[in-house]
Design a protein around this ligand. Structure first.
Ligand code: DX5
Ligand code: ZN
Length: 214
């Protein structure tokens, strides 16, 4: 299982320590949650923090934009060293164009679905994206409870990906721990985001290792 720990749950008073832990870990990527207080009811961090993370972190960056009009910031996100730029389906009326913009900028394009957005909405874009990020909580906060219906959505998405000959990876975000992670693996997920489960633990390296061995 690929693992992308979410920096949102890190100690921002001592980011270096947590980034050193990530560098020494088996994490495949580092997940960065950008929030605008408009699309989601919270504000997290922005480009200056991401630029610092780019310098201090040796893992590829998986950027999850929970903002309206993400197409305005493709170049800024690229300049922060993002490998994947994830935009929400719910804020992109011209999703096909945004996906092309992300790819033209040299990044992998990810499309994210809120828990109440059906997987079938992706049928005409799934072949063009590198990754689909399914939210298993309502976006905005770490530490929330996993929404069980996500397991059905992962199965449905796996079928859609096969049917449409897509190479998209399935990433899941919210309430991930070893229990929900195991169920997600069985349902067909490729990559797990984990915030609290990793950073609020006494032994975050072990937690990342355990998730990666699922
Ligand atoms: C929620 C964010 C998540 C969050 C996950 O809006 O997109 O990435 O950090 O945190 P946990 O794993 O604690 O649910
Ligand atoms: Zn996220």
């Amino acid at each position: 299982m690929l693992v992308s720990p979410s920096l949102l749950s890190a100690d921002f008073g001592n980011l270096n320590k947590d980034l050193e832990m990530i560098n020494a870990s088996k994490a495949d990527m580092l997940h960065l949650d950008v929030m605008d207080g408009v699309f989601v009811p919270n504000i997290s961090f922005g480009f200056p923090v991401m630029k610092y993370v780019q310098k201090a972190c040796n893992k590829p960056l998986d950027v999850h934009l929970m903002i309206v009009e993400p197409q305005k910031f493709v170049n800024e996100v690229k300049d922060c060293g993002a490998e994947i730029m994830n935009v929400h389906y719910e804020v992109c009326p011209h999703l096909n164009r945004v996906v092309q913009q992300i790819k033209n900028a040299g990044m992998k394009a990810g499309v994210t679905l809120n828990p109440a957005t059906p997987v079938c909405m992706l049928q005409d874009i799934v072949a063009d994206v590198d990754l689909v990020l399914l939210m298993s909580v309502n976006p905005g906060f770490g530490g929330q409870k996993f929404i069980g219906n996500t397991l059905n959505k992962v199965e449905e998405l796996r079928e859609l990906i096969t049917k449409r000959n897509s190479k998209a990876l399935i990433e899941v975000d919210g309430g991930v721990n070893l229990e929900t992670g195991k169920l997600l693996k069985e349902a067909g997920a490729d990559m797990l985001v984990a915030g609290n489960f990793v950073f609020k633990s006494e032994d975050p390296l072990m937690r990342i290792k355990e998730l990666s061995e699922l």
